[in-house]
Write a protein that binds this ligand. Structure first.
Ligand SMILES: [Zn+2]
Ligand SMILES: [Zn+2]
Length: 375
């Protein structure tokens, strides 16, 4: 079938809205008509070339839509079902899925190759027939997507797709980092570095967990105002001077630091934000690193002596180490009960044609939490 999609043909160039040919779903695959997709900072890292993939490429990995057709052997969904697309697949049967870490699912082995799990491609450029790479098996900056059954999460039809699409990446990453990785308990303290889509979800999780002190740190005042509205008890502006920010965190915590720090920035700032996250935690505290660092960065500044002497813990986290097949429907339920707020995380809704202005807004970084493309 023919459809419209936003194609990345070259790094640091605008995405091209092009006609693309999409093959039908094969065995174990599902054709989904996208209704909405968030624009995540990770997409922009690939546009800017901080992280590289083979081009041309259709980005987008935070989508939700309606199943149109299923290939042979698909049992978990049928045409008409509403689904959130998970940016990581889960087969449900491999060692990792069965041991509580579907974020490590073996189906992800081909995730970075631009193909489907079986090594073949479904996307082709109409103008010259050239194969197009997919992104994380979902490529949601397009009207339709053929995805593995392992990447779809069925959700109730009452839930608005233009909100719950955020559960496909950002919200679940931020929320899960608090509840599954840090495991923040009632009365504890947490520093949250970066108050975009991930950070605002983490603030909501920390609030629901009963954290006594939620310190939000960002370089933009506008983001800190959102952090406050979502439940941060304290907000600190970072002028990219870690010593200054740390002084303020210590002043808020009797000189001890917080029980946890969560890093949600990534990108070129990663060494600086890792330094801040490590020093912000108290003795026996836990630092979680959840931002996407550039491909070329292979170390970060953490004092081995302090790691040992203060018995600190440093952990990495992808997609909040979620049980996303059960967590995403649970978050939908929490949203429908108004216990979590996705509405105010969506700063603006735009058509696919405006995707390049959305990318520019992410780079500017100050005005938007999440932008959602509606098809
Ligand atoms: Zn993302
Ligand atoms: Zn698996």
């Amino acid at each position: 079938m023919k459809m419209k999609a936003a194609v990345l043909n070259a790094v640091n160039e605008p995405l091209a809205i092009e006609e693309v040919e999409l093959d039908p779903p094969r065995g174990g695959e599902v054709l989904v008509q996208l209704k909405a997709t968030g624009v995540c900072h990770s997409d922009v890292h690939y546009v800017q070339g901080d992280n590289a993939r083979e081009l041309p490429l259709i980005l987008g990995h935070e989508g939700a839509g309606i199943v149109q057709e299923v290939g042979p052997g698909v049992t978990r969904v049928k045409p008409g079902d509403h689904v959130v697309l998970s940016f990581l697949p889960s087969c449900g049967t491999c060692r990792w899925c069965r041991s509580g870490h579907p974020v490590m699912c073996d189906v992800s082995a081909n995730l970075r190759g631009g193909t489907m799990p079986d090594g073949t491609r479904r996307l082709h450029r109409s103008r010259d027939g050239r194969d197009i790479n997919n992104f994380l098996f979902v490529s949601t900056f397009a009207e339709y997507s053929v995805v593995p059954e392992a990447s779809v999460i069925p959700v109730p039809v009452e839930a608005p797709l233009e909100r719950i699409c955020l559960l496909g990446c950002g919200f679940t990453t931020g929320f899960g980092t608090v509840t599954n990785v840090a495991r923040v308990q009632r009365g504890e303290s947490v520093t949250i570095i970066g108050c975009g889509g991930l950070g605002l979800a983490a603030i909501q999780a920390a609030r629901l967990a009963g954290a006594a002190t939620i310190v939000a740190v960002d370089v933009h005042e506008e983001k800190l105002a959102m952090a406050k509205a979502f439940g941060a008890t304290h907000t600190l502006i970072s002028r990219r001077n870690n010593d200054q920010v740390l002084q303020e965190i210590m002043a808020l915590t009797d000189g001890l630091g917080t029980d946890y720090s969560l890093e949600f920035v990534g990108g070129a700032a990663s060494p600086a934000t890792a330094d801040l996250a490590f020093r912000a935690i108290r003795k026996c505290g836990t630092m979680c690193f959840a931002g996407l660092a550039p491909d070329h960065l292979d170390s970060m500044p953490i004092s081995p002596k302090m790691l040992m002497m203060q018995q600190k813990r440093v952990v990495g986290a992808i997609f909040g180490d979620s049980q996303f097949r059960s967590d995403i429907p649970r978050y939908v339920e929490l949203y429908m009960q108004r216990q979590i707020n996705l509405d105010d995380m969506v700063s603006q809704e735009i058509p696919l044609e405006d995707i390049n202005s959305a990318v520019q807004e992410v780079i500017a970084g100050n005005k938007v939490a999440r932008q959602v493309i509606r098809f």
